[in-house]
Design a protein around this ligand. Structure first.
Ligand SMILES: Cc1cc2nc3c(=O)[nH]c(=O)nc-3n(C[C@H](O)[C@H](O)[C@H](O)COP(=O)(O)O)c2cc1C
Length: 186
């Protein structure tokens, strides 16, 4: 399903970001791609719901891009989800606005891959911790894609960041062109 990509970008410390900032900048100039920088648009958390819903309606593929914060997303993205994915629009009776779209979580974690397993200090895998996003997609009739993850984001060097950004740009191009890649297996 080719189409357009809406990147919902949430980073409260965009100015000091090493990874997410570059990922976002590498994708934002692509044709058919719209980036919404939530912390730039809504520093006071007053999200304009109708504008955000209209943007979602116009796009085929939705990406939530953010650093992993307390095993979840930064608070403004949670506020965006709480307000924008409303009853009767995203779910419930006549709540079909998201049906058939895809959702991709594109995240960076400070913890290394080894920390996210039963014997590691975070115990759960990142995919297990992302289950609320998977279930949100499910409830709204979306296809949740295999998350796009960079672990150990505080340790990676510039070369690894460049390589990751190139992979991200290609992932967004593929999505736009209708190659959705791997669907998340529950
Ligand atoms: C408030 C806060 C909470 C965080 N929580 C987690 C966490 O739960 N798991 C984790 O692996 N890293 C956590 N981190 C580390 C961030 O994920 C890391 O700083 C980020 O991925 C770096 O990306 P950036 O270069 O784009 O800023 C946290 C950082 C902050 C500031």
């Amino acid at each position: 399903m080719s189409g357009t990509v809406l990147i919902i970008y949430a980073h409260p410390a965009h100015q000091t970001s090493r990874v997410n900032r570059r990922m976002m900048e590498t994708a934002r100039d692509l044709e058919g791609v719209t980036v919404r920088d939530l912390y730039e648009l809504y520093p006071d958390f007053h999200i304009k719901v109708k504008i955000e819903q209209a943007l979602i309606e116009k796009h085929t593929h939705i990406v939530f891009q953010h650093p992993f914060f307390w095993y979840s997303c930064p608070s403004l993205l949670k506020e965006y989800i709480d307000l924008t994915l409303s009853y009767g629009w995203a779910y419930g009776p006549q709540g079909t606005a998201l049906n058939g779209k895809t959702l991709l979580s594109a995240i960076t974690t400070g913890g290394g891959a080894d920390a996210y397993k039963r014997t590691g200090h975070n115990f759960y895998t990142v995919n297990e911790l992302l289950q609320p996003f998977d279930q949100t997609a499910r409830l709204c009739g979306m296809t949740y894609l295999e998350p796009f993850i960079l672990n150990g984001s505080l340790q990676v060097n510039d070369q690894a960041i460049d390589a990751h950004c190139n992979r991200y740009r290609q992932k967004i191009i593929d999505l736009r062109n209708g190659d959705i890649g791997e669907v998340y297996q529950r």
